[in-house]
Design a protein around this ligand. Structure first.
Ligand code: SF4
Length: 314
């Protein structure tokens, strides 16, 4: 099995918001949330690993038998002197099959028992009681980021739990004392109308969830093709109208597969400033993601949205 190209533990890429001071862990390849806009599905290391295991992306493959995986994780964390860990770059740590069979809980507990200082989880999933028990025990080590946004007419996350389930999970994590942030991602202005935001923000506030960050969808040709399969023609046209398809930009240095299209600068600025206005008014602690959604010239950035410096959600 070639693990050179798909490593269990990997340093964060230079140039991202954490400037290489973190590690990723990839305990399996693939993700059952099966989001149409998923970038991981099209990364060559993921496709390569899945072709070795014979799994479809939406049927994630554990890299090693669970006992061996946990042993390798314990050893790897110590050998690499891992302090800050992100779960995960190419999958969702709470992908449903591994929540259900206890793998996510077992791996999380093993990680928490190591000297790792911070475990940053970003998820569209929903932890079960066993995972919450681990989170409660190690609450000071964990940062929980719930990727959730208002319901829209277009569901692009075929295998992910419903919006309300994800909000309830975030509320539960927050009440346990785990640092919890709502991550509205990926925002798609054509579908995620600003009129849907006030109700969503009120719901979050009611549940005590007042930390929020947001970022926008990015596209490349393979992602466009996947989304096209999930949408009708007119919805797809509506989505693409907002993008500047003549100017792709490389988001991570030395990673050619991170060349992506963004929504038009003017729209991004205006839309973000409206969100900023609402969040300020409601008293949220919030940022816009600096890596994905706050690039380009200073005058194209929203004036009222602080940019994440990598520590907001950590
Ligand atoms: S949850 Fe993340 S990794 Fe999983 S399919 Fe969706 S975008 Fe991809």
């Amino acid at each position: 099995m070639n693990t050179d190209s798909f490593n269990l533990i990997e340093k964060g890429s230079l140039g991202t918001c954490w400037y290489g001071k973190y590690h990723y862990i990839e305990p399996w390849a693939g993700c059952a949330h099966d989001c149409a806009y998923c970038y991981a599905r099209h990364r060559s290391v993921v496709a390569g690993k899945l072709s070795e295991t014979g799994n479809a992306f939406e049927n994630p493959a554990l890299l090693f038998p669970l006992d061996a995986l946990i042993k390798k994780i314990r050893e790897g964390v110590r050998e690499n002197n891992v302090k800050i860990l992100k779960l995960s770059r190419y999958t969702d740590f709470f992908t449903p099959s591994f929540v259900k069979n206890g793998t996510s809980a077992a791996v999380l507990e093993a990680l928490c028992e190591t000297p790792v200082e911070r475990i940053i989880i970003t998820t569209k999933g929903a932890p079960d009681d066993n995972i919450f028990a681990v989170m409660k025990k190690y609450r000071e080590k964990i940062s929980y980021n719930a990727a959730v946004k208002p319901e829209s007419a277009y569901k692009l996350e075929k295998g992910a739990p419903e919006t309300i389930t994800r909000i309830e999970a975030a509320e539960r994590a927050n009440r346990l004392g785990v640092k919890t942030t709502i991550h509205m991602d990926p925002l798609i202005p054509a579908f995620d109308g600003l009129e849907s935001m006030p109700r969503f923000f009120a719901e979050l506030k009611k549940r005590g969830l007042t930390r929020l960050m947001f970022s926008f969808l990015l596209l490349n040709e393979p992602i466009i093709a996947s989304i096209q399969n999930a949408l009708d023609k007119s919805a797809m046209e509506k989505l693409l109208e907002d993008f500047n398809l003549s100017a792709a930009r490389k988001f991570l240095p030395k990673q050619d597969e991170t060349v992506l299209y963004s929504i038009n600068d003017g729209l991004r600025k205006a839309y973000s400033e409206k969100i900023g206005e609402m969040l300020c008014r409601e008293g949220f602690d919030f940022v816009i993601c600096s890596l994905k959604s706050n690039r380009g010239e200073a005058d194209t950035r929203p004036s009222n949205c602080p940019a994440c410096d990598g520590t907001f959600y950590a």
